[in-house]
Design a protein around this ligand. Structure first.
Ligand SMILES: [Fe+2]
Length: 176
């Protein structure tokens, strides 16, 4: 067990965690994009990959401001979420249903990141580390936007998944 005696040390711990998490995503997102069938979803994964590179850069900047090298520590939460993503990639069945599974996995990642960045930003604010807080906020905003885009894509994909699985409900018959 590592000792975390101060809020400052806890901020560093959180940022290192996020650094490792984002680096895992750099490897996972291309695989998810490749597995996606819906063009909007493929484009979404590709855009998120580009953004994620920027997120890694911001975290490296934050660590530099705190006098530290750009190095993370294992983020077990993201490891699990990436495994869930791999499960979605391997889903057998209609393409649209797999796409729906991929969006689910991607949104779990987004929500985890939003929670992580929100927590770290709050620590930075409490410590008066305004430059670090601003970097974390910038990424938090982007994660929120990505999550909204995924929600919009999911409406189309879910409808496609319903049709692909033959689950579209027949129009209700009027009762006598
Ligand atoms: Fe990110």
């Amino acid at each position: 067990m590592s000792s975390i005696p101060t809020l400052h040390a806890l901020l560093i711990d959180e940022i290192k965690d996020l650094f490792h998490a984002e680096n895992q995503l750099l490897k996972a997102l291309p695989k998810m994009g490749k597995a996606a069938t819906n063009r909007q979803l493929k484009a979404g994964f590709s855009a998120h990959l580009t953004e994620t590179r920027g997120h890694v850069t911001r975290l490296a900047q934050a660590l530099r401001i705190l006098g530290l090298p750009a190095k993370g520590k294992p983020c077990h939460a993201m490891m699990g979420l990436v495994e869930e993503g791999a499960e979605a990639i391997a889903t057998k069945g209609p393409d649209a249903v797999r796409d729906a599974a991929l969006i689910g996995a991607a949104q779990r990642v987004e929500h985890y990141e939003m929670a992580g960045y929100g927590t770290a930003r709050a620590f930075a604010q409490a410590l008066g580390e305004s430059r670090v807080a601003a970097l974390l906020q910038a990424t938090l905003d982007e994660e929120g936007d990505t999550n909204k885009k995924l929600t919009a894509i999911s409406e189309v994909v879910n409808a496609e998944a319903l049709a692909a699985g033959g689950e579209i409900a027949a129009p209700k018959k009027s009762r006598k």
